[in-house]
Design a binder for this molecule. Structure first.
Ligand SMILES: NC(=O)c1ccc[n+]([C@@H]2O[C@H](COP(=O)([O-])OP(=O)(O)OC[C@H]3O[C@@H](n4cnc5c(N)ncnc54)[C@H](OP(=O)(O)O)[C@@H]3O)[C@@H](O)[C@H]2O)c1
Length: 272
């Protein structure tokens, strides 16, 4: 089974943009309430604190699903492995469960960085590999470049953005999506639909949003510093949205609200 679809790994705790003591506090709360999948990246500058919080938790390494991402600045032959070795050292581990390429290379050929990623897997630095912020065409190309399965394409995914093209590419390539900015950094809460839909299930607006993501076949990353939200974001496995409610939320994807656009991230590819 895909690592992100194991029950304890479907809901990961994201660590961007947390740093220092704030990160350790939030991550410790997350581990205490039951998160076992953790998402970080070289770009977040917090792998040392993530490593410290995980070590302090005493949770056996094999229970965790630790994801980190290689910074595009490290995609060259001379920097890639060294950067991954540093991530492992900072995270206080011999391997990560999933190693992702954080972004496609700027305007370049995706093959060299994918080959380096595959080499990191071969060396045992990562149990699984994947990508992030790839377009549908890049997903198709990547599948033919690497010989081991790519376990995810981590992308912006929430109910205010239509990602049907990527979902179709996921079905075609067998590379599932995982979500970031899952509650659109709070924007979803401006829409009363989610709280309305949640009432008969006894669930909050946020829980409805995250459940919709899971039912689209997408694993979830969420970040919160609020213990109530941290707990609620994990508590989404004991209900199922009806097809009517799913369709009502699907209609909101026409809003076309994108957080990670070209204005915020100039190196982003041309999105589908
Ligand atoms: N691969 C990539 O390029 C990429 C890009 C961006 C993010 N990510 C990953 O995805 C993770 C999550 O994405 P994100 O941080 O951009 O966005 P997000 O999870 O949509 O938004 C986080 C914000 O939403 C609030 N929030 C979370 N759960 C809530 C709830 N149940 N009710 C009300 N407010 C809630 C949090 O505030 P409170 O603290 O007050 O709860 C926080 O300010 C990141 O931490 C990172 O690991 C990856």
């Amino acid at each position: 089974m895909n690592i992100y679809f194991q029950k304890t790994h479907q809901r990961a705790f994201g660590t961007y943009p947390l740093q220092g003591e704030e990160l350790k506090k939030a991550l410790t709360t997350a581990l205490d309430v039951g998160y076992r999948a953790i998402d970080t990246a070289q770009m977040y500058g917090n792998e040392v604190e993530v490593g410290e919080a995980l070590a302090a938790s005493g949770i056996p390494r094999e229970e965790l699903c630790l994801t980190t991402k290689v910074h595009p600045d490290n995609f060259s032959e001379d920097r890639f492995m060294e950067s991954v070795e540093k991530s492992l050292k900072d995270l206080q581990t011999d391997y990560v469960d999933v190693l992702l390429l954080h972004w496609p290379p700027i305007g370049g050929d995706i093959a060299p960085s994918l080959k380096l990623l595959e080499e990191a897997h071969k060396r045992g630095y990562a149990r699984h590999i994947g990508v992030s912020n790839y377009t549908a065409q890049m997903m198709r190309d990547a599948k033919s470049i690497v010989s081991v399965p790519l376990v995810t394409n981590q992308v912006e995914f929430h109910p205010l953005l239509n990602q049907d093209t990527l979902l179709a590419a996921a079905a075609e390539t067998g590379i599932p999506l995982s979500s970031y900015s899952s509650v659109a950094r709070g924007e979803v809460f401006k829409y009363p639909d989610f709280a309305d839909i949640g009432k008969p299930y006894g669930k909050s607006a946020g829980q409805v949003v995250l459940r919709w993501i899971l039912q689209k076949g997408v694993s979830v990353n969420t970040m919160s510093t609020n213990p109530v939200n941290i707990d609620a974001n994990l508590d989404i496995m004991d209900f199922s949205l009806s097809s009517v409610d799913m369709a009502r939320i699907d209609a909101l994807t026409a809003t076309d609200y994108r957080i990670v656009g070209e204005d915020l991230v100039p190196w982003a590819p041309k999105w589908d």
